[in-house]
Design a protein around this ligand. Sequence first.
Ligand SMILES: CC(C)(COP(=O)(O)OP(=O)(O)OC[C@H]1O[C@@H](n2cnc3c(N)ncnc32)[C@H](O)[C@@H]1OP(=O)(O)O)[C@@H](O)C(=O)NCCC(=O)NCCS
Length: 185
Amino acid sequence: MYPINRSSARLTLRELDVEDVDAVLAIYGSPEATEHLSFEPRSREQVGQIVARSITAAGETPRTEYALAVVEQTTATLVGFGRLALDPHQQRGATLGFALRPEVWGVGYGVELVQLLLSVGFDDLQLHRIWGARSPLNEASAKTMATVGMVEEGIIREHVLKAGQWRDSVVHAILDREWRATSAA
Ligand SMILES: CC(C)(COP(=O)(O)OP(=O)(O)OC[C@H]1O[C@@H](n2cnc3c(N)ncnc32)[C@H](O)[C@@H]1OP(=O)(O)O)[C@@H](O)C(=O)NCCC(=O)NCCS
């Protein structure tokens, strides 16, 4: 499906553009924003490659990756990054990823962003199951996913190699019927 364009009360999810590299770097290059992510802060060159790859992936058929810009409507600036990646090992399943610039944390955008991603996954792409993996120390992510109705399912042991150390991941997931029940309520 292309293009994706979905809005909530304060945020819009849209396709990435080559002009977005510096705004994405403010997230993926930030030690604070990447503290609990699976990778070290990225360089500008790496972010440029990620944005270029994402734009290419958006044009593929079938499309299996949805790497999207999160735009704050009042300022029209990119404040976050959201991603759904269709799981090749599971029918109608996908993993999700999300991150916001530290300057906009704490005002409810995290919940709004994950709800938008779930809405794309379930309402636009008709997925059955969406899951995310977080660091055991990532309390903000745990609460964000719990608030939108994602159930904590368990631990993937030594899932991520970061700075030479293996790290566990905690899995949170939501099914289409759970999403519909949450949306209806
Ligand atoms: C995770 C992230 C998106 C949350 O964004 P946010 O806009 O600050 O979150 P919200 O304001 O919507 O808050 C969501 C919930 O998390 C809680 N929360 C936010 N920051 C928290 C923190 N540092 N510690 C504990 N709880 C926190 C809020 O109180 C809220 O809980 P509630 O729903 O029970 O009231 C943001 O911290 C971020 O971008 N982090 C870096 C990237 C990242 O870790 N991504 C997740 C990868 S799995």
